[in-house]
Write a protein that binds this ligand. Structure first.
Ligand code: MN
Length: 138
């Protein structure tokens, strides 16, 4: 499985998640793999981070206070400055149709909670390697 782990060297992730314990878990996991991890606990905080920095990938909770993850994803995909950044939704929304709604909002991937971390890592690696084919480096 080692080769499927994401290469975090020089890569920056933004995690948008309102649960402090989930946020810490993801921060520790990805920092241990060498990623720079930016965090936000609301969509608005996420937007502020994005005015300062362009992460290579975003992990996005959908159920957030005030602006939800679907609105946040739509907003980013409508903006040419951010529409190239892959967004992986990490969400407890797992009813019929949720996945389709989330992908329709512009998310590039969908991981249900409780999160299988191996699957999450593979999904992150998959999106980062796509980006690598486009010419960026890892
Ligand atoms: Mn939430």
């Amino acid at each position: 499985m080692r080769d499927k782990l994401p290469c975090g060297k020089g890569k920056t992730l933004l995690v948008v998640e309102d649960s402090p314990s989930n946020l810490e878990l993801l921060r520790e996991l990805f920092q241990s793999l060498g990623f720079e991890v930016l965090t936000a606990s609301t969509a608005n905080e996420g937007l502020k981070v994005l005015t300062l920095c362009r992460p290579d990938l975003i992990l996005l909770d959908i159920q957030l206070p005030s602006t939800n993850g679907l609105q946040f994803a739509r907003h980013l995909k409508e903006d040419p400055r951010t529409n190239h950044i892959p967004i992986i939704a990490v969400t407890a929304l797992a009813m019929e149709g949720d996945r389709e709604r989330i992908l329709a909002a512009g998310c590039d991937g969908y991981i249900p909670k409780p999160t299988d971390l191996q699957i999450l890592l593979e999904e992150v690696a998959r999106h980062l390697s796509k980006e690598r084919e486009d010419g960026s480096q890892c």
